[in-house]
Design a protein around this ligand. Structure first.
Ligand code: ZN
Length: 606
């Protein structure tokens, strides 16, 4: 049966990074059909104006050209016609990320939001998608990886696919190329991993570990899983990191060295732990944000921003459970999990913006602040991911201490009430549900966590679980926290209060509020060339600072643009902004039981 709308896409000129796309509307609007391209992609809250990459758009009906006019940056209007109406265009695709579209002679990747025009008024109509290979013999080994339902296309092949509506069409990213596939079954659901990019990895180990993570999440919310199949689309790269969740798949960009290698030790590298954490995060989103959604996301308009103060619940709670699932599935031990919380807390404690922006504000302003971070970001904003994860931790621990309820139960109830029904979660829905399940008045806790900017009482709460929370100074510029200090220095380490860029020069990328560099007048972008008359470089900066004492004046020369400036800097002792969580060995049976209930593995398999 033919669908009301038929799309076709082909990498027509991979070497020019161009897709040719067409959209055929069986019954166009009699008054003239309007079509638009989204301005943003769900899950990534930034206006990206995808329509700026559309080239050579034209329309025809019954072999005759149809006049097209542009109504706004993303909307086109076709002259009235009887139909079927076919709109053809090209899309320039050179955004190598999980959020856009990309194509060259080595592979193709696209999100529907970047390439498929939405037929205004027929958003709910089903559609077919014909994915065609690029022209040329050299592409004969290319395959297709997507979670979209096949409608005649062979497995992993080019051909016709099908989507129930436009929202589904653009919720299945597609990878084309010479792809490495592997698969596993989790709770009866077929899962596939599709890796593109150069790598040699131990796919068997990856699938074994991913299966444990996936089963953990499926059982957490309760079987059956809400999707019929699932796909991890992985781009292995030299540099880059990111993930984006979809209803039956996720797109991940990871460092190829984070993938497990064929000869690796059974112990887990930090890189592989990070990759599993990312997979776990995106997979948890299959429930939390793809199906349990803020009310503001139920009828969103992909042409303009959708505002919610709840991103802390969708990204923060997900960030809390991504690592916790690694622990519960037995992939990491308790100490390894506490190290990850310590690193998350360190990222929060290192930014003074946490005292200026609340979590609710961070969510609401994601479009212009979190997603448009500039050099002043650490002084101005707080992350709804990291502080949101701490808010979830605090909520969970508070429920566990003060009631018989846990955040696990709150999440399962959110799934029952909102996820399964498709009803949006109201802005205060998490608080109200937690209160009704626990019988507690959580008003002041939610007020403090979401609307105020003081540091939450994490140390006291963790003590009730036999976990010590400590703050110490960073030992080096790349000290990510989570681990005890390696040595006990005889004198405090001095810092300038700035973060350096990644280049070979001592260039200040960010200058922290109230720190020595800012007080002396140094600014983001300044290139420090000498300290006390000695040429400074990235290698000797720590040595130059190590010989100074807090408050001892340093003569600093730096270029601002092309002008040489002189500063007198009074370095400070490194602040205690690095968080470490450790297990307390000697605890009461009551505390031990509480800790076990929170941190114990639920899977005993090796
Ligand atoms: Zn996320």
């Amino acid at each position: 049966m033919s669908s009301p709308i038929a799309y076709a896409i082909r990498p027509s000129r991979p070497e020019a990074h161009v897709y040719a796309v067409s959209c055929t509307v069986q019954v166009p609007d009699a008054g003239g059909q309007r079509l638009f391209l989204p301005n943003w992609i769900p899950g990534s809250y930034l206006i990206r104006d995808f329509a700026k990459h559309v080239l050579r758009l034209e329309a025809e009906c019954g072999g005759q050209p149809v006049a097209v006019s542009k109504l706004s940056k993303e909307t086109w209007a076709c002259a009235p016609c009887q139909g079927p109406l076919t709109v053809s265009y090209e899309v320039y695709a050179w955004d190598f990320s999980v959020r856009g579209a990309h194509v060259d002679a080595t592979h193709g990747y696209f999100n529907g939001t970047s390439v498929f025009l939405c037929v205004e008024g027929q958003e709910a109509a089903s559609c077919t998608l014909n994915i065609r290979p690029p022209p040329g013999e050299c592409y004969r080994h290319w395959q297709v990886a997507t979670a979209m339902a096949r409608d005649g296309a062979p497995r992993r092949g080019f051909g016709r696919y099908w989507a129930e509506d436009y929202a589904e069409l653009v919720d299945h990213p597609v990878e084309l190329g010479e792809i490495r596939f592997a698969g596993f079954t989790a709770c009866g659901v077929p899962h596939e991993v599709a890796i593109s990019g150069r790598q040699r990895s131990d796919m068997e180990r990856l699938c074994t570990d991913l299966r444990r993570v996936c089963e953990q999440h499926i059982r957490f919310f309760g079987e059956p899983a809400p999707m019929e199949r699932y796909l991890f689309l992985v781009m292995a790269v030299g540099e880059g990191y990111g993930g984006l969740e979809h209803r039956a798949s996720c797109s991940l960009m990871c460092n190829r060295w984070d993938l497990p290698g064929p000869g690796d030790e059974p112990t887990m590298s930090e890189g592989y732990r990070r990759l599993l954490g990312l997979c776990s995060h995106e997979y948890f989103h299959t429930w939390n944000v793809k199906r349990i959604r803020p009310a503001a996301f139920v009828h969103w308009d992909l042409r303009r921003e959708s505002y919610t103060r709840m991103l802390w619940a969708f990204e923060g709670i997900t960030s809390y459970y991504d690592d916790l699932a690694l622990r519960r599935s037995g992939l990491i031990d308790e100490a390894g999990y506490l190290e990850l919380i310590g690193q998350t807390a360190t990222r929060v404690w290192r930014s003074s913006g946490r005292h200026k922006q609340s979590l609710a504000e961070s969510s609401f302003d994601a479009w212009t602040r979190f997603y448009q971070q500039d050099e002043n970001a650490p002084n101005a904003i707080v992350s709804y991911y990291t502080k949101g994860a701490l808010a979830a931790l605090i909520l969970d621990l508070t429920l566990r201490v003060r009631s018989t309820c846990t955040l696990d139960q709150v999440m399962r109830e959110l799934w029952e009430r909102y996820g399964k029904t498709g009803v949006g979660v109201p802005e205060d829905g998490v608080q109200r549900l937690a209160e009704s399940l626990s019988g507690l008045d959580l008003g002041s806790l939610f007020q403090q966590l979401l609307h105020e900017t003081e540091d939450p009482p994490l140390a006291e709460l963790l003590a009730a679980f036999g976990v010590r929370f400590e703050l110490r100074p960073a030992e080096s510029a790349d000290d990510a926290g989570g681990k005890p200090a390696r040595s006990d220095p005889r004198r405090p380490r001095c810092v300038l209060g700035a973060r350096l860029g990644n280049g070979p020069e001592v260039q200040l990328a960010q200058v922290y509020d109230g720190g020595p560099a800012q007080q002396a007048g140094l600014a983001p972008g300044d290139v420090v060339v000498a300290i006390d008359g000695i040429r400074a470089n990235v290698q000797n900066l720590d040595k130059l600072l190590a010989r100074s004492a807090p408050g001892e004046r340093l003569e600093v020369h730096a270029f601002r643009r092309d002008e040489l400036l002189h500063f007198e800097v009074l370095p400070q002792a490194a602040p205690a902004d690095t968080c470490v969580l450790t297990l307390v060995s000697d605890v009461s049976p009551e505390v031990a039981a509480r800790r076990q209930a929170w941190l114990g593995a639920t899977e005993s398999r090796p």
